[in-house]
Design a protein around this ligand. Structure first.
Ligand SMILES: *Cc1c(COP(=O)(O)O)cnc(C)c1O
Length: 455
């Protein structure tokens, strides 16, 4: 019998030279973003004051299947890509399952997550356009870290609006961003009008991703030669993250395998959208039919309990409207430990695929997620980020089903990053202090009632 190595590495020459735009193969395209002032689909000129031109074009391009990755981006990808596809032999043994479990590991760069894949692309295009600065928001800190690295590399100034609770809870994340030269501001802040308004109403406000987005956008459009960039949700971000799936597919081809089940954690949907992209193409074209499972936190269940509707992408209601699975932009998720999954909406591309039945979604409570994380760390010696641990939990659940049924499924999951900045979460779990806060139907209804009226 052939023995599959523990790690399946591609060579640097095998780094894909183009991204794959899943929208080109979707029969039902994701619904267009709407300009909140006119309620008409946004056009290029509506969004170029906010986004870099090339990125704005990628955002609106539903047709071009392959988009070339500029050499200047590939040169930096070479520093940490291709990322390994790993066979989790020890986890399989621990679970006593006939399933074959693989994970695509995106934690092998300083930012510690897949977010660097898009950060580098976005910083590159900003530099190419001759901009001098970028703004963004960060919740847990991974996106801010990735973008700080990318801006340092390409020589851009960066203002990061960091959700205040994270700013206070994760001083080391802040220090990493500062090391790369970023200016980190706790949000809500008094550097913007929207921040001032929120603070006036609620001085103790601990912030949210939606609020930080509002501040970063306002700062970008009111500063010269500056644009806003976002690390998830957007079509362009899923496009950049397709590199993860393209590499994973090539690695599976190298060992003559193909996954039956593909699992990813879902915050705004970028890692999952990227990981599944080429496999979803097979589904859409009828070439193969793997199951695709999104795993979200029970505390912020946008797909499993949200509504497919137009909503603002931010709390301050200044962004365009996107049609997506959403809990309502005013929904305040409880302070769970997977900061990167605490977003009220879901990428429009994944939302459309989910609505059309191409994907499944499940939600798990954080204590069960950390149980899986600790087991995984002991077996595979990688300490997963709390976000990534949701996918680990999803893989464990499917592998245990295989143990019951005796089926030998091939499972692929996305291990999006490492959790070294999340040790207080691990401590809380290990000390038995972690609780599971699940919103009631009433909590959800209250936020959903306030969805903007469209039509
Ligand atoms: C941000 C983040 C996520 C969630 O974001 P998506 O856009 O849904 O991928 C997951 N894992 C890690 C490690 C992250 O940093």
């Amino acid at each position: 019998m052939k023995r599959i190595p523990h790690k399946i590495f591609l060579t640097e020459e095998q780094i894909p030279d183009s991204w794959y735009n899943l929208r080109a193969d979707m029969k039902n395209k994701p619904a267009p973003m709407l300009n909140p002032a006119t309620m008409k689909p946004v056009e290029l000129t509506d969004i170029t004051p906010v986004f870099c031109e090339e990125l704005a074009m990628q955002e609106l391009d539903d047709e071009t299947r392959r988009i070339n990755i500029p050499g200047g981006i590939i040169d930096v990808y070479r520093l940490y890509r291709p990322s390994p596809l790993v066979r989790a032999y020890n986890l399989e043994k621990k679970l006593d399952t006939p399933a074959e479990i693989y994970f695509k590991y995106e934690g092998n760069n300083t930012s510690g997550s897949h977010k660097l894949n898009s950060a580098l692309a976005q910083a590159y295009y900003a530099k190419k356009q001759g901009l001098s600065a970028l703004t963004t928001e960060t919740g847990a800190g991974q996106w801010g870290t990735a973008l700080s690295e990318a801006c340092a590399y390409f020589g851009l100034e960066l203002n990061v609006y960091m959700v205040k609770v994270s700013y206070e809870q994760k001083p080391y994340r802040k220090a990493v961003m500062q090391t790369f030269g970023a200016n980190v501001i706790a949000s809500p802040s008094n550097t913007t009008q929207i921040g001032q308004k929120i603070l006036a109403e609620d001085p103790g406000n601990g912030g949210s991703l939606g609020c930080a987005i509002s501040e970063a956008v306002e700062k970008a459009v009111t500063s010269g030669n500056c644009r806003y960039v976002l690390g998830s949700v957007l079509n362009q971000v899923l496009l950049h993250q397709s590199i993860v799936g393209l590499e994973a597919k090539a690695a599976f081809e190298a060992i003559d395998e193909y996954p039956d089940i593909i699992i990813g954690c879902a915050g705004g949907g970028s890692n999952l959208g990227g990981l599944v992209a080429p496999f979803m193409r097979d589904k859409l074209t009828g070439a193969a039919n793997p199951r695709v499972i999104a795993v979200e936190p029970a505390s912020c269940p946008s797909m499993t309990r949200g509504k497919y509707a137009y909503d603002f992408c931010d709390t301050g209601k200044i962004t365009p409207l996107s049609k997506m699975y959403t809990l309502g932009c005013e929904f305040k998720p409880s302070a769970n430990h997977a900061g990167g999954l605490r977003y009220h909406g879901m990428a429009p591309i994944l939302s459309q695929l989910y609505a059309d039945g191409y994907m499944e979604a499940v939600a798990y409570e954080q204590t069960s997620v950390f149980e899986a994380a600790v087991m995984f760390a002991k077996c595979e010696t990688i300490l997963p980020a709390p976000e990534s641990a949701h996918a680990v939990r999803g893989a464990v659940v499917e592998a245990l089903k295989c143990r019951e049924s005796g089926e030998k499924k091939t499972i692929l999951f996305g291990l999006t990053g490492t959790g070294y900045f999340d040790m207080s979460a691990y401590s809380s779990y290990l000390e038995g202090k972690m609780d599971d806060v699940i919103p009631t139907d009433g909590d959800l209804a209250a936020a959903l009632e306030k969805l903007p009226k469209v039509d």
